[in-house]
Design a protein around this ligand. Sequence first.
Ligand code: AMP
Length: 415
Amino acid sequence: MNKLTLRDLDVQGKKVLMRVDFNVPVKDGVVGDDTRITAALPSINYVLEHGGSLVLMSHCGRPKGKKNPEFSLKPAADRLAELVSAKVTLAPDVIGPEVKALVDELKAGEILVLENVRFYAEEEGKAKLADDATDEEKAAAKAEMKTKQDAFSKELASFGDVYVSDAFGTAHRAHASMVGVTKYIDQCAAGFLLEKEIEYLGKALESPVKPFVAIIGGAKISGKIDVVTNFLDKCDKILIGGGMAYTFYKAQGKAIGGSLVEEDKVELAAQILKQAEEKGVEFLLPIDNTVADAFSAEANVKVVGDSIEDGWMALDIGPKTIELYCDAVANAKTVVWNGPMGCFEMAPFAAGTFSVCEAVAKSDSISIIGGGDSVAAVNLSGVADQMSHVSTGGGASLEFMEGKQLPGIVALTDK
Ligand code: AMP
C-alpha cells in the first residue's frame, strides 16, 4: 500500500482527528449491534497507547443536513465509553466555538466525539437545487455550497494535528470528513480497518494468487456490470448466480419462464459472454435451478435444468450447480464473492447461497466477501470468522471491485 498508515504517524502529544464509522443501529437511545464501534477500537487504542488524544468524527443515519437529536452520536459515544478506559466526551456540536474549546482542553489519552457530521449539509456538499432553477442559479448554488464545504472542512481540520481515516464504508464518498479535511492537514493516514480493506481488496485485484475465482450474484446485472467487466481481466473463472443469471440465459436464447430479467441488458449480457470467451475466462452459469410457481416461501418448488418453462421462476441455483460451484471454489487460491446465489431470505431458496458460503469457508483460498447481502449471508451461516476478509463497506467494496479509485483513499498522503 503506498499510503501512510497509522503506524507511520508519530502521535505522541498530538491531536488525532479520526474519521470512524459509528453508523450503528440505535433503539431507545441504546446501541444495538456495536460491531462498527468495536471494529474501530484497534486504531483508537493505538493512538491512546502512543500518547495521543482523539477527536472522532462520524455520521449516523440520514439527518439530511439538520441537527436532529434522533441521529445524535450520544448512544455511540456512551457505548465507546464502556469499551475504552479513556475519558470520552461528546461535543454538543460538530463545529463552533464550544467544540473548539473542548478540543483545546483535550489531554493525551482522552477522546472527544464530535456530533454527527451529517448535521451539516456541508458534510456531503450537495447544493439544494430548485426544480425550476435556471442553469446559472444551479451553478451559483453549487459554487456557494463548495465555498461553505471548504470552510467546514477547514474548521474540522483545525481540530487535529494529523488525520486518520478508518471509515471504509464511506470511502467512496468525497465528503468533507473523508476528503475535504485532507486538504488542510499534512499527514493523512489509513487506520487499521481501512488498511486491511485496502490490503485484501487491493491485493486480490492487483496481484491475485491464482486460480482466482469470482462469485457474482444478486438481483440484477445492472448493479454488478462494472464488477463483472473488471473481473473479466483478472479472474480465471467467474461463477454467476442470483437473478442476474437469467438475463445471461436470455442472451443465450434459453427459456427463462417468469424469472427475473433485464430486457435492456440482454445485449450487454451477450457481449460479456463473448468477451469472456475471447479472454479465455471460464464463465459459468447455473446448469440447473430451483424454480417456484410464485415469489413466495410457500410456493410449489421443483428443480429443473437450464430451461425454465412458463409459469415458473428460478429463485435459486440447483443442486448440480451447487456441486459445480463448490468444486470450483475448492480448487481456487483466491475467491472474491459479491451477491447471493438466490433468494436466500426465503428458506426454500437459500441452499445455493449457504452451500457456496460453506465451500468458501472450507477452502484454503484467500477469501474476500464484499457487498451487503453476501456479508449478511456469511454472518447468518456463522462462518464469517473462517473467511480471510469480510468487507465492512457495501457500496465502497463494490466500487473497489469495479476497479474505481475511492476518493477517501486517494485523498490520503502517499508514502
Ligand atoms: P443485490 O443487492 O443486487 O446483491 O441483490 C440481492 C438480492 O437479490 C437479494 O435480496 C436476493 O433475494 C435477490 N435475488 C437473488 N437471486 C434472485 C433470483 N433468482 N430472483 C430474484 N431475486 C433474486
